[in-house]
Ligand binder design. Structure first.
Ligand SMILES: Cc1ncc(COP(=O)(O)O)c(C=O)c1O
Length: 101
């Protein structure tokens, strides 16, 4: 397992995990296009935690893909919570069929 810039890369199934797309204290935002480039280069899977970005980031509030105008299909698993921007309870995990099985 490699740990680099808040990303965890697992071998042999190579996962890039970004724990926070948007840091709550500083408001810094992950450079998603760079992560997508890395994921494609190393044939890794990408998992993003949007707890602090969904509902708050991007011109339409749709999160980190909206912010960077990236295709959500380039992210294998997107996870978010309804307890912050949506002032509710619960959350979601979204991804393609292969990752969800
Ligand atoms: C990065 C991150 N992911 C997930 C969660 C979990 O959210 P919840 O409070 O809805 O369980 C939190 C909560 O603060 C968080 O900061």
């Amino acid at each position: 397992m490699l740990v680099q810039n808040n990303c965890v890369i697992h071998v042999p199934f190579m996962w890039l995990v970004h724990r926070m797309c948007c840091y709550s204290m500083e408001g810094s935002i992950v450079r998603l296009p760079d992560l997508i480039r890395l994921k494609k280069k190393y044939k890794a899977y990408l998992y993003l935690d949007e707890a602090h970005s969904i509902g708050a980031t991007g011109p339409r509030g749709r999160g980190i893909c909206d912010h960077w105008d990236c295709d959500p299909k380039d992210v294998d698993i997107l996870m978010g919570t309804f307890t912050k921007s949506f002032a509710s309870a619960g959350g979601y995990i979204a991804g393609n069929k292969v990752c969800m099985l």
